[in-house]
Design a protein around this ligand. Structure first.
Ligand code: FPP
Length: 256
């Protein structure tokens, strides 16, 4: 296993879309005798390294769960620290996103974020919208149930009749419209749940849970996770015999 992201090879069966629940900043900080905000700072460094690695290996879609609807319940100082880190990230990473063809997108209610964050996000989204090599989706002020309700309301507002409500039409009203469903969901820090993350889009996703806290999730850990994904057999409801007989192979990198 390579520990240097720049020397990492492209895993054989790369998913098209990886989504990560970055959990454990607080516990990581506590274990080091640091504040929760310092844990998030270490988490932000891990974000930079993982984005760099994913771009390097040619991953096309990466979604990071950075701030859920429920995270508003955290202490105000922690929320402020998270938004400050996000602003720093946008400022420092924008030139690289532009250089490397990364399009920044937000899954979630941008208009519910504080004004400076909203403004910086909208500017970065606009400036990177021509990026063709990778979509970096930040789930911010996001909840999957809220996303599903929003899509439903939007279809009702369009006056669609029940028979027009297909899976494809529904998906086109989600934040992820135009992007493939996540093939692979990673959650760090030992918890084994989805926590209101991409519930519609994750229908066929492979799940990967690691005890490592997010700040310790290095590119080498990502490489290991992707190797695990590449070994999996995705069946999408078919039998093994159907898969063996047909050309509908469902190895790690195949989509529905
Ligand atoms: C979960 O850890 C993490 C979050 C709620 C926020 C994730 C934010 C970052 C990784 C840093 C900033 C993001 C960007 C995009 C620059 P937790 O606090 O729930 O950890 P715990 O469960 O151990 O308390």
């Amino acid at each position: 296993m390579s520990t240097d992201p720049l020397s990492a090879g492209t895993p054989s069966c790369l998913p098209r879309h990886v989504a990560i629940i970055m959990d454990g900043n607080g516990r990581w900080a506590q274990a080091q005798g640091l504040s929760r905000s310092q844990g998030h700072r270490a988490g932000a460094l891990a974000v930079r390294e993982i984005v760099t690695y994913c771009r390097k290996i040619g991953l096309r879609h990466l979604t990071l769960y950075a701030f859920s609807n429920e995270n508003w319940n955290r202490p105000q100082a922690e929320i402020s620290a998270l938004f400050t880190l996000l602003l720093d990230f946008l400022k420092s990473e924008l030139p690289r996103m532009l250089r490397e063809g990364i399009a920044l997108k937000v899954f979630g209610d941008v208009d519910g974020l504080p004004l400076p964050v909203r403004t910086a996000l909208k500017m970065a989204i606009k400036r990177t919208e021509q990026g063709r090599d990778m979509a970096l989706n930040l789930a911010l002020n996001y909840g999957a149930r809220q996303e599903i309700l929003r899509a439903t309301r939007s279809m009702l507002a369009e006056g669609l009749s029940p028979e027009d409500v297909t899976e494809e039409r529904f998906a086109s009203h989600l934040y992820s419209a135009g992007q493939p469903d996540p093939d692979f969901i990673i959650r760090t820090s030992g918890e084994q749940r989805l926590s209101n993350f991409l519930l519609f889009q994750c229908a066929y996703a492979e799940l990967y849970f690691t005890p490592r806290a997010w700040p310790d999730f290095t590119p080498a850990c990502m490489e290991e996770a992707l190797a695990d994904y590449a070994r999996r057999q995705r069946r999408f409801g078919k039998t093994q015999e159907q898969i063996d007989a047909g050309n509908s192979t469902v190895s790690g990198s195949e989509q529905k």
